[in-house]
Design a protein around this ligand. Structure first.
Ligand SMILES: *Cc1c(COP(=O)(O)O)cnc(C)c1O
Length: 458
């Protein structure tokens, strides 16, 4: 056995990437108003902004693209996708969407009334924003160890069941149209949720008559962690584990841009026929006819094939191992991270990396800018820029518990040498971290601020 994760694939097509000079990068960053979302991708060397929609598709998926049936209604690729979704999730009904947030939009439009709450272990930014956009309240109840950046608990994505129970008592089940779990917990470091926690969450919500949905973007990576870490699952296949995870829920939202290894696509799946009918109405209004839902037939085929590929155990061993390799090398250099490594990303802990920069001066954003200037590397702030918000009741600014820079790893895209380059760049910044300064906003929109905000250095 090699001491590092070895790729279970070889490379058939290559895409050139370009290194720039430090002076060029400083200029680019100024022009982008210190927001890496505004930097043209051609000026990035290693792009770790997201693992979403950035996967390299397989030859099998590309071959499937040529089998796209572009009929408006009832294309054959829809039925292939239906077969994959039913077989893997067990959910009877689904609507395809162009990506995960469209599935969220349809779901919350059908279910959430103004003033109602949607509890979860931790909502992702688009989920949080889609609930707020319906006048609802997103509530994060992740267990205590999930907020401790150095705890090595095996399932730091678990929801705190005591808090969930207390929350249901406090606001009343009638004010909770659904409960959710995000697997793996993206905003909380890509940490997995245990099967025991998924089962207990389903039971608790159902006792109160509340439907339970999974935000299933990384369900396959979560299933692999369950196999590695939870007793009783070592001998089960990833497919069996995934099926059990879904069996406790009433439906799921899915961004296929994650564990289905495609560049675009998503779906909303459920067992409730009435909800399905209402979802179809919303889908036709927003996305398209229920057998294509905002995608081309060829895209549906790539999702169907990608769902199966994402469950392959050799692939998942490489995938999770590749991420862990980056985390281990950074830890060897003494760089503060959210530990242990999550499934899809390594999260630099900006609070411990830059203790001299207070949260109001956006240490995560400062660190992500430094990474770009140093190595042409693009990560994404997951901290105050993404999540701080003004409490509508008190008017006080509420800051998130974690201040992170996420280095998300596109699936099957970068090699180990690329990861080593990232480690060397982080090491050089860490050596001169005292010189880094915070930032202030020059423009900050109300919803999903991080995508379009502008900054200036302090
Ligand atoms: C990416 C993501 C979403 C949203 O999906 P998009 O395809 O980007 O719209 C929702 N939840 C989680 C946990 C995600 O990672």
């Amino acid at each position: 056995m090699a001491k590092f994760p070895v790729e279970p694939f070889k490379i058939k097509a290559v895409e050139p990437i370009r290194q720039t000079s430090r002076a060029e990068r400083e200029q680019v960053l100024r022009q982008a108003n210190y927001n890496l979302f505004a930097v043209p991708a051609q000026d990035i060397y290693i792009d770790l902004m997201t693992d979403s929609g950035t996967s390299a598709m397989s030859d099998h998926q590309w071959a499937g693209m040529m089998m796209g049936d572009e009929s408006y209604a009832g294309c054959r690729n829809f039925f292939n996708l239906q077969e994959a979704i039913r077989s893997i999730t067990g959910f009877q009904y689904f609507v395809p969407t162009h990506q995960g947030r469209a599935a969220e939009n349809v779901l919350f439009t059908c279910t959430v009334q103004p003033g109602q709450s949607v509890p979860s272990n931790m909502h992702f930014d688009t989920t949080q924003a889609n609930i707020i956009a319906r006048g609802g309240k997103p509530v994060n109840l992740v267990a205590e160890e999930g907020l401790d950046p150095v705890s090595h608990a095996p399932f730091k994505g678990d929801i705190d069941l005591g808090k969930l129970e207390a929350y249901i008592q406090q606001v009343g089940a009638e004010n909770i149209p659904l409960g959710m779990l995000t697997v793996t917990n993206n905003s909380g470091g890509g940490q997995p949720v245990s099967m025991a926690n998924i089962r207990a969450t389903g039971n608790l919500l159902h006792q109160h008559g509340i439907p339970f949905f999974l935000d299933a973007c990384r369900y396959a990576e979560n299933a692999y962690f369950i196999k590695l870490r939870e007793s009783g699952y070592a001998d089960k296949s990833i497919l069996e584990i995934a099926r059990e995870m879904f069996s406790y829920a009433d439906g799921c939202t899915m961004s296929a841009k994650k564990d289905a290894l495609v560049n675009i696509g998503g779906f909303l799946a459920m067992n409730d026929e009435l909800l399905y009918e209402r979802a179809c109405q919303q889908l036709i209004l927003r996305e398209g006819f229920p057998t294509y839902g905002g995608l081309a037939g060829r895209d549906l085929e790539a999702v169907a094939r990608g769902l199966w590929e994402g469950l392959d155990e050799q692939y998942l061993a490489y995938r999770i191992g590749h991420t862990k390799y980056l985390a281990d090398r950074l830890l060897e250099e003494g760089i503060p991270l959210l530990e242990p490594a999550g499934g899809h990303a390594v999260y630099l802990d900006a609070r411990r990396f830059l203790p001299h920069i207070p949260q109001a001066e956006l240490p995560g954003q400062a660190l992500s800018c430094a990474l770009y200037v140093e190595g042409g590397i693009r990560g994404v702030e997951i901290g105050s820029v993404m999540f701080a918000y003004e409490d509508p009741d008190s008017g006080e600014m509420l800051y998130p518990a974690l201040e992170l820079v996420r280095l998300a790893i596109p699936r099957r895209v970068y090699t180990q040498a690329h990861l080593d380059y990232v480690v060397e760049s982080c090491q050089r910044i860490y050596a001169r971290r005292q010189e880094l300064r915070g930032l202030r906003y020059t423009y900050a929109p109300a919803l999903l601020r991080h995508f379009t905000a502008r900054f200036a250095p302090l």
